[in-house]
Design a protein around this ligand. Structure first.
Ligand code: MN
Length: 131
């Protein structure tokens, strides 16, 4: 839904710009964070409905950051979608085990991304009981 807040956690500037551009064009409100520390601050101030989470980050990685957010009652409802070049068998399981609610592989499919995000937001809407 336009206006919904999405935080993109991504240390690759080009990817961050691409995702921001694609989703702002659809009316979402986007913020970016380049590492876990920034992301934790952003989650508090920006209060995103969804996080697109690069799993490979400098320092605390996306798995650990996801575990922290999902184990905190204040942030556990935030929908976390792994955004990763890891496409080996078992990687999706590993992301889900860390608490990710969904999984999108890189390189980003620029045509499919906005639709996929809309779908994931709808699927996690509190009104359908999935939250
Ligand atoms: Mn990365």
């Amino acid at each position: 839904m336009p206006g919904e807040r999405i935080l993109v956690v991504e240390d690759n500037e080009a990817n961050l710009r691409l995702v921001t551009y694609l989703l702002e064009a659809k009316g979402y409100e986007i913020r970016g964070a380049g590492d876990a520390q920034q992301a934790l601050q952003m989650v508090e101030s920006f209060r995103p409905r969804m996080i697109l989470m690069d799993l490979q980050l400098p320092g605390i990685d996306g798995y650990e950051l996801t575990r922290r957010l999902k184990s905190n009652p204040a942030t556990r409802e935030v929908v976390i979608i792994a955004l990763t070049a890891f496409a080996m068998r078992g990687d999706e399981d590993k992301a889900r085990a860390a608490g990710c609610d969904g999984y999108i592989t890189k390189p980003i499919d620029t045509r499919a991304l906005p639709g996929k995000i809309a779908e994931l937001l709808a699927a996690s809407a509190p009104s359908n009981g999935a939250a």
